[in-house]
Design a protein. Sequence first.
Length: 251
Amino acid sequence: MILVPSTLLADASSNYLQQLSQRFQLPMQDSVSGWYLSWQDDRLVLRHTELPKQSDILVDFASGSSSYRRQYGGGKDEAIAKAVGLNKKRDLTVLDATAGLGRDGFVLASIGADVTLVERNPMVAALLADGLRRAAQHPQLAEWLPTRMRLQFSPAIDALQQAEPVDVVYLDPMFPERQKSALVKKEMRAFHEVVGEDPDADQLFEPALQLAKKRLVVKRPAYAAALAGTKPSHMVKGKNNRFDVYVKAAL
Ligand SMILES: C[S@@+](CC[C@H](N)C(=O)[O-])C[C@H]1O[C@@H](n2cnc3c(N)ncnc32)[C@H](O)[C@@H]1O
């Protein structure tokens, strides 16, 4: 839900919020309890009525952590880049069919991939759309990001069945949390509450493999079974996850 403080209704941003509300089928209302989207300091944030403002969740491709990862994250030597094959070929086309907050998609695009982000959750998709809007106005991101990253608000299954073939399909479905401890990051917990689980993730496997010309890459927690119980061609180990790679053709 989008909460629009009534003071905003008369200013320019209200048009933009109305567009978001229509595009993502998010009703606007003046009061809410639980999770809601709010317009704060020219950005859309996900907030909870019971949590302090410091816990706001947003997509910020220009943030310290995103740019740090872009500048010092190892680029094509990162596990995700190797799994996707960007260490061998930089300008691959990638369909990131479970985009979330777009972190992985951003890493891939910053190395050179052309990334289509697909997200079905309306709140998450609206956050992504707003992150892309701000990136398009950012001095360091504006010249490359808008041409390399775009958002498609739809269920992955539709995108996988309708898209033109791409070099790589990337999947990172939600996975049940193993432990409900402080170790599970606050943001991750919030995300689980808003998005829930993805019990239909296995159904994406076949269409994803069909659409990919070169490979399908599936991000999994280190302890998790392979998607759809199908053994990958090889695995690339990341810090907390692994990437299962299903190779169809050489890069
Ligand atoms: C674990 S998060 C992805 C995180 C992402 N890789 C990142 O780096 O920010 C999974 C996301 O995929 C979305 N998702 C899961 N299944 C989907 C489906 N069938 N179609 C579209 N989006 C889906 C969820 O709504 C959630 O936002």
